[in-house]
Design a binder for this molecule. Structure first.
Ligand SMILES: Cc1cc2nc3c(=O)[nH]c(=O)nc-3n(C[C@H](O)[C@H](O)[C@H](O)COP(=O)(O)OP(=O)(O)OC[C@H]3O[C@@H](n4cnc5c(N)ncnc54)[C@H](O)[C@@H]3O)c2cc1C
Length: 441
């Protein structure tokens, strides 16, 4: 069975690796990758001795220990990784607030602490008395779950920065398991100054010692290097009686990790309703800046959240040089700044750099005189946006893909909020299915 895998990010690479390991003839595998290097969203870049992850700070963490071990092994085994304790904070005016916010209320100025605590207790009380179910839009959900104070002081401004649209347009479906859910007693404790942890998920994580997060996908790619066609944009995908043509070349089967929202543009005969469903899937792009600093880093922060407008357009900053000593030259440090933009809109202009640095300075994170340089990267697809039509569109698209035997895989291939570990487990599960299918003939 001749198989084409579209995209050599972590999903495509894992699929190819696992198939080859499972006895699939490597000569029957072809990965098409538009970029000059494999890795997709896991890519990293090194500039003047400073290494950063182009799609924002990446950490290796998985609830699935076997998957995590496999990913480490791909990059040279456990000794090729550093282990870090997660230390995440919110920069609130000139203070550091423990993350998650509701477990850090005692770090707030007294009035904000009161607003947040009183709102949280009221919301909790109203939910208990009315026995209400979770509202289906994220904006209303925030107030229902956290109350007015936390909504206004943190959740609304932070989420508006990252999602770039009214929060009522975003569905609340995606929050389960992603937005921490603190018991009311813990929130009261934290408001009066008794420390509560709140969020033990990812309390420690791993990061490659050298080469940034891309070291993981480099390891995978090295094992299937001769099957990857780099600098090869997939421009056409044509159904044939026996399978598919990719850029005019014939294959029995295609697995696509390409963004689902643009797939219709590669194919001639997509039904109009499916084209529309694809075109209206929503996403956000990302601009990142690596800010190289002429000073050692004194904190042990992992990453921080910036909710205020006065802190500039960035929503999150990763302390890249704290992840691995090799991420910055001796005596220097680096911050990686993330700024989202609405998917499909023009990429923010170069002037964003000035606004971003000004915001970091007013947040008290840097002084302009310490900045050696800023390096910019752009990612067209960073976040899936779960708007209200998301589920119906996706189901219709997958039904049609199933009919034409075109297999979707990956974060944007399936339009799922998956980190690399989940991409790995889904690709491995698909590989098992394809091996069984190949064996059936
Ligand atoms: C801000 C941010 C932070 C994240 N943090 C973490 C984290 O801490 N830990 C973690 O594990 N994960 C994290 N992730 C998620 C992780 O990056 C993704 O889950 C993973 O990289 C997705 O891999 P993929 O192979 O599914 O997709 P992609 O990496 O998007 O791969 C798709 C590939 O297809 C190629 N392609 C696209 N169009 C074409 C075409 N027409 N022809 C040929 N090739 C094409 C692309 O160049 C790309 O290489 C984060 C993501 C973001 C955006």
């Amino acid at each position: 069975m001749k198989l084409a895998i579209l995209g050599a990010g972590v999903s495509g690479l894992t699929l190819a690796r696992t198939l080859a390991e499972g006895g699939f003839d490597p000569d029957d595998l072809t990965l098409f990758e538009a970029a000059p290097v494999p890795g997709g969203l896991c890519r990293s870049r090194t500039v003047e001795g400073f290494t950063y992850d182009v799609a924002g700070g990446h950490i290796l963490y998985s609830k699935d220990a076997e998957v995590m071990d496999w990913m480490k092994a791909e990059a040279g085994g456990p000794s090729a990784f550093t282990s870090c304790e997660r230390n995440t904070k919110i920069r609130f005016e000139d203070r550091w607030v423990h993350y998650p916010f509701e477990n850090g209320l005692g770090d707030l100025p007294p009035q904000a602490n009161f607003d947040c605590l009183s709102g949280y207790v009221q919301a909790w009380h109203e939910r208990s008395v009315s026995n209400s179910t979770a509202p289906d839009d994220f904006g209303t959900w925030i107030q229902w779950r956290f109350g007015k104070g936390i909504a206004e002081h943190f959740m609304n401004p932070y989420n508006e920065k990252i999602w770039k649209r009214p929060l009522t347009e975003v569905s609340s479906d995606w929050v389960a398991g992603r937005v921490p859910d603190a018991p009311v007693e813990d929130v009261i404790r934290s408001a009066v100054g008794i420390r509560t942890e709140g969020y033990t998920h990812q309390s420690s994580f791993f990061y490659p010692l050298n080469g940034g997060f891309q070291a993981i996908t480099d390891g995978m790619a090295g094992r299937v290097a001769d099957r990857i066609r780099l600098n090869t944009l997939v421009e056409s995908l044509q159904r044939t009686p026996s399978g598919w043509n990719v850029n005019g070349e014939s294959f029995d089967l295609v697995v696509s990790t390409l963004p689902l929202d643009g797939l219709h543009s590669l194919m001639a005969e997509v039904p109009a309703d499916i084209t529309e469903a694809m075109q209206t899937l929503e996403f956000n792009g990302l601009v990142t800046y690596l800010v190289a600093l002429d000073r050692p880093e004194q904190s042990d922060l992992s990453w921080i959240y910036l909710p205020h407008e006065s802190q500039g357009p960035a929503n999150r900053v990763t302390y890249m040089s704290n992840y691995s000593p090799n991420n910055a030259p001796e005596g220097k440090s680096s911050l990686l700044v993330e700024i989202t933009y609405r998917g499909g809109a023009p990429v923010p202009a170069q002037s964003l750099e000035g606004e971003t640095l000004k915001g970091l300075e007013s947040a008290g994170l840097i002084s302009r005189s310490e900045v050696l340089f800023a390096d910019r990267a752009e990612v067209s697809h960073a976040y899936v946006v779960f708007d209200h039509g998301y589920n119906a569109r996706r189901e219709a698209i997958f039904r049609w893909m199933d009919e034409v035997d075109l297999i979707p895989l990956g974060r944007f291939g399936r339009y799922e909020y998956d980190n690399s570990d989940l991409c790995v487990s889904k690709a491995r599960a698909l590989a098992a299915g394809l091996l069984a299918r190949a064996a059936r003939g």
